[in-house]
Design a protein around this ligand. Structure first.
Ligand code: Z5A
Length: 208
């Protein structure tokens, strides 16, 4: 029986997810809640090993899009069943940096894998399990890439072409329009403090 809140952050590169996760954690802890933070792909020993394979930018062999999708869901299976669900059942809130919506946006929208394949994977790995709330940090792709550039060093995903990232953003927004109750779009071009305020105002409403 789930007691903790499952909160996910989504958005394209440089949108500010990592920055805002710290803010949400502090906000929840001030309300005397226990909180764990994880990231996808990753978060368990096996899932972190899968992440290393997925992010490697220098390799002789080209990774097929379907391989990438299968690895994303393999990592998710490990994380959800070995960490997220047990934590929620103990009454601990879990904040996750990316989750299933990333697969829809990147593998579906970005790579062009048919949505019915993703739907089948989602059913197999997650069933009816879904976040209580998802914050989609929406940002102009050029601004996000500039932020990543300033940070330095690009992984296999960040080396993709601009039109890939435009499709990722459009897919995110399309799914947010379909489920406005669970996917909250936040304007990530605002100053960090205003982005935080928009998120915590929504959490105020959620927690009462
Ligand atoms: N992926 C996938 O394809 N399918 C899936 O199912 C899943 C993932 C789960 C994981 O990369 C990659 O896996 C990701 C999608 C793919 N591909 N990419 N690229 P990751 O975890 O290494 O990277 P990321 O998730 O994209 O995170 P990021 O690039 O580190 O961005 P971020 O966490 O959203 O941003 P940040 O680190 O908080 O901020 C970036 C910089 O901007 C930093 O210097 C901040 O100080 C600055 N910042 C943050 N907010 C602001 C505001 N509001 N104004 C100005 N500057 C700001």
């Amino acid at each position: 029986m789930q007691q903790g809140l499952f909160i996910t952050l989504e958005g394209s590169e440089g949108a500010g997810k990592s920055t805002q996760i710290d803010v949400i954690k502090t906000y929840l802890e001030k309300r005397q809640r226990k909180v764990e933070c994880v990231r996808e792909p990753g978060g368990t020993e096996i899932a972190e090993e899968i992440r290393t394979i997925l992010k490697k930018s220098r390799t002789q062999e080209q990774m097929q899009d379907i391989t990438e999708m299968l690895l994303m869901y393999a990592a998710r299976e490990q994380l959800v069943h070995n960490f997220i669900k047990p934590s929620l059942n103990k009454g601990i809130d879990v904040i996750c940096d990316r989750h299933d919506l990333s697969s829809i946006a990147y593998q579906g929208g970005g790579r062009g894998i048919p949505m019915e394949y993703l739907e089948a994977m989602r059913r197999m790995v997650l069933g009816s399990f879904h976040p209580n709330v998802t914050f989609l940090l929406d940002l102009d792709v050029n601004v996000g890439m500039q932020r990543v550039e300033n940070r330095g060093g690009r992984d296999r995903f960040e080396l993709a072409k601009m039109d890939f990232f435009l499709r990722v953003r459009e897919t995110y927004l399309e799914f947010a329009r379909k489920d406005p109750e669970h996917i909250i779009v936040i304007d990530a071009s605002q100053p960090i403090s205003k982005v935080s305020l928009d998120i915590t105002s929504h959490l105020d409403k959620l927690l009462g």
